[in-house]
Design a protein around this ligand. Structure first.
Ligand SMILES: [Zn+2]
Ligand SMILES: [Zn+2]
Length: 159
């Protein structure tokens, strides 16, 4: 069953924090200066910003960058598999540079999205009763609820 563990397969060599990542394995994707700025913005704060939020942050680094360019970069990088698009209901898409298998937790109070990692020992295949022989290549799980901060606030109010 060891080949059924996508966590292992996706744990790529560059990791997340290990300095300059290599972009091999992303087809003919080229890291241009603008794409680098957009990517760095996403990596700097893992708060799943929308394209307009990315644009506002990217402008600090590259004042000449346009919203259209940011959209373009995000689209190209999503396509190349460098970034994930996260959609909640019908709101504007948000972007996530975390390529490890993880779920998204959406707080209905503060509207923040946070990454939920798998327990180290878990495999993405374990919690669901997958049909025998099925293999997961892509995992997309979202949860909705109230984050710990908001939960504390709610409890405070009801006291
Ligand atoms: Zn994420
Ligand atoms: Zn919250």
């Amino acid at each position: 069953m060891s080949h059924l563990n996508p966590t292992e397969a996706l744990r790529d060599s560059d990791g997340d924090q290990a300095g300059a990542p290599t972009y091999s394995g992303f087809g003919d994707f080229r890291m241009t200066r603008q794409r680098k700025v957009v990517y760095d913005v996403l990596m700097a704060e893992r708060d799943h910003p929308t394209a307009s939020e990315v644009f506002l942050r990217a402008k600090h680094v590259m004042p000449g960058i346009s919203l259209a360019t940011v959209y373009n970069c995000l689209e190209t990088m999503t396509h190349a598999g460098l970034v994930k698009q996260v959609n909640v209901d019908r709101e504007a898409s948000r972007y996530c540079p975390n390529l490890r298998p993880h779920a998204h937790f959406y707080c209905s109070e503060c509207q923040e999205i946070s990454d939920v990692d798998l327990h180290l020992s878990a495999s993405t295949a374990t919690p669901w009763s997958l049909p025998e022989g099925a293999k997961i290549d892509h995992l997309e799980v979202s949860m909705k609820g109230v984050c710990p901060d908001c939960q504390a606030r709610v409890l405070e109010k009801s006291r």
